[in-house]
Write a new protein. Structure first.
Length: 95
């Protein structure tokens, strides 16, 4: 098993800023989470997302698998994100 390097907060922030500039999301005061996900699919090799039935993630609001590069979003959170629910937006941004 290959151990992955743990990135520092500064390295993560630098990667996020690079992505935001590359996708021009840094030019907008408001980032729509669905737009962010779609742009991530186009700019981050291998990244994808999956809408998961609520019963498969009853106690989890979202999960990112770095090995699969897959963001799993329960249906209830996906719907809330698209209604601009602050908690759902934060969950997606956090993952």
């Amino acid at each position: 098993m290959v151990m992955k390097k743990i990135r520092s907060p500064e390295e993560v922030k630098a990667e996020i800023l690079k992505f935001m500039k590359a996708t021009k999301l840094d030019e907008t005061p408001y980032v729509d989470m669905m737009t962010l996900i779609i742009k991530a699919r186009g700019h981050l090799p291998g990244f994808n997302y999956l809408r998961v039935p609520d019963h498969e993630m009853p106690d989890t609001e979202g999960m990112y698998d770095p090995d699969e590069k897959l963001l799993k979003i329960p249906e209830r959170v996906f719907r809330a994100m698209n209604r601009d629910n602050p908690r759902a937006r934060f969950t997606i941004a956090h993952e």
